[in-house]
Design a protein around this ligand. Structure first.
Ligand SMILES: Nc1ncnc2c1ncn2[C@@H]1O[C@H](COP(=O)(O)OP(=O)(O)OP(=O)(O)O)[C@@H](O)[C@H]1O
Ligand SMILES: [Mg+2]
Length: 500
């Protein structure tokens, strides 16, 4: 048995194939999704999911949320005398999923497919892989979330050929254009933002509530962490209400007090007001869809269908914005809008479908993805030279000719880099370094050195440098398993924590 896991910013869940169909695994509380929240107790136990989320107000210093937005970064979350990396925290969430899945299915689970955002760079993917291994999984594949959503809709039923996948979750917006023909999925263009998501809407709505309260009582509740936490939690609830009703009210009794006595917070919000509060995000969304469309020279009326994924696509104005933008870009073309799969669950279902394909339960399909970042090397001036640009469909291979910078230079160092750290395309992640030595003495600029980058179907990148004058070859495979052997990682693996 292989399970598919959607490790989300806000919520995580798992699914498996039962009688040829994906089915969500229910957690021990009877719920289909588990909040991606971790809370450390004073003893050596740790709460994960709903239990941890319930501690957010009373015990906020020991509660960690939005871990996924920090994946791949070198940071630590201090809790008491210990501190935890995003990898360790994600591993705790994955362990929780492993435990409840084993209980639900009644068998030990070892193998998993885990989904990641399409924009994740190599560091963020490696971090996710590490978290999976640390949790005791054998991670067979990291699957891009939009592809997972497309698999959930496309496998086993007839989909139209040209699809936009619009995934707006808690932390991020992912926009993907794909085509689909006879069990072959091909990603054509990707776009999105790491600063548009449900959390941003919650914060914007909280700011409005704080402002209203301040107008009424001249008290700034943002300075009171417990009050602010409460407002954030109520703002999320109000936002969710406003997806189905036109008006809601946030009422928090005894939120603060003055010498005159306790004060209650009581603010009414209409759907219209909420829409104006998130309007700047809607405008950015429109622009990002347009940019993604323009990456690829599409005929008007190219698009056939839209797939919605992510809890935030339940907001009526989000759906309206996406549909109207696509209609405008697509001219007279007819658009089918798919939302018959629960947007919270579609990514996990897709992960389960891939798990089913890998285990042989489902029919084989093929999918071709594109690179999400520029890949290249550093030249002698420290500048980045692109070899495989962002958006290249793979499997692929690109070669560039280099030479030496100094007379009689005997070796060159090939430093492989990937663009984009935390959404900044001008910052680089180092993927590996190697030397090509024994270059015959010659004037600067005379030796001919071919640097070849290739990416295979399994997303493994090989980089080689060939001295064309002598035929000397040096190669590295950037498959990223080297870290498995490092002492630091093995040590951390041993840290025992009791999961509740
Ligand atoms: N009915 C609703 N109306 C508005 N927002 C909703 C609704 N249901 C859920 N959400 C929001 O959706 C977000 C969670 O969506 P989802 O579970 O898809 O995110 P995620 O997968 O954890 O995040 P990401 O994909 O960014 O990693 C939360 O911000 C939540 O408040
Ligand atoms: Mg998601």
């Amino acid at each position: 048995m292989i399970i598919g896991i959607d490790l989300g910013t806000t919520n995580s869940l798992a699914a498996y194939i039962n009688n040829g169909k994906p089915e969500i695994i229910i957690n021990e509380r009877g719920n289909r999704i588990t909040p991606s929240v971790v809370n450390f107790k004073k003893d050596d136990s740790v709460l994960i999911g709903e239990l941890a989320k319930n501690q957010q107000i009373v015990n906020s210093e020991a509660t960690i949320t939005n871990i996924k937005t920090n994946m791949g970064q070198d940071i630590q979350f201090p809790i008491g005398e210990r501190s935890y990396t995003p990898v360790e925290l994600s591993a705790l969430i994955l362990r929780k999923i492993k435990i409840y899945s084993e209980k639900y299915l009644g068998i030990p689970i070892k193998n998993a497919v885990i989904t990641v955002p399409a924009y994740f760079n190599d560091n963020q993917r490696q971090a996710t892989l590490k978290a999976g291994i640390l949790a005791g999984f054998n991670v067979l594949k990291l699957l891009n979330e939009p592809i997972a959503a497309a698999l959930a809709y496309g496998v086993g039923r007839k989909l139209d050929e040209h699809i936009l996948i619009f995934d707006l979750g808690g932390g991020t917006l992912d926009i993907t254009l794909m085509d689909y023909k006879k069990n072959l999925f091909r990603v054509l263009a990707t776009g999105g933002s790491t600063s548009i998501g449900g959390i941003n809407f919650d914060k914007a709505l909280s700011d409005f509530v704080l402002h209203e309260f301040q107008k009424q009582y001249s008290i700034n509740l943002k300075e009171d962490p417990i009050a602010y936490q409460q407002i954030l939690i109520h703002a999320e609830k109000a936002k969710i209400d406003l997806s189905s009703v036109e008006e809601t009210r946030i009422f928090i009794p005894y939120i603060t007090a003055t010498e005159k006595g306790p004060i209650h917070l009581d603010v009414t919000i209409t759907r219209n007001k909420f829409e104006s509060i998130i309007n700047e995000y809607l405008k950015s969304t429109e622009k990002l869809i347009e940019e993604t469309f323009n990456q690829f020279k599409l005929n008007s009326s190219w698009m056939n269908s839209i797939i919605f994924a992510g809890g935030s696509t339940r907001i009526p104005s989000v759906e309206r914005t996406v549909v109207s933008t696509i209609k405008r870009l697509n001219g007279k073309g007819k658009i089918n809008v798919y939302h018959d799969i629960n947007p919270d669950e579609v990514v996990a279902e897709g992960a389960a479908i891939l798990a089913g394909i890998l285990s042989g339960e489902l029919e084989e399909i093929e999918f071709y993805d594109i690179t999400s970042h520029d890949l290249g090397i550093e030249d002698n001036n420290g500048s980045f030279i692109t070899i495989i640009p962002k958006g290249t469909s793979y499997p692929c291979e690109n070669v560039k000719l280099f030479t030496t910078a100094e007379d009689n230079q005997e070796e060159v160092i090939i430093h492989v880099l990937q663009s984009g750290v935390n959404g900044n395309e001008r910052e680089y992640v180092s993927l590996g370094k190697f030397r090509l030595s024994n270059i015959a003495h010659a004037k600067a600029g005379e030796p001919n050195i071919d640097v070849r980058f290739s990416i295979d179907r399994h997303e493994i990148m090989n980089v080689s440098a060939v001295n064309l004058d002598t035929g000397t070859i040096k190669k590295v495979s950037i498959s990223g398993k080297d870290w498995l052997l490092t002492g630091d990682f093995r040590e951390r693996r041993g840290r025992g924590l009791k999961i509740i």
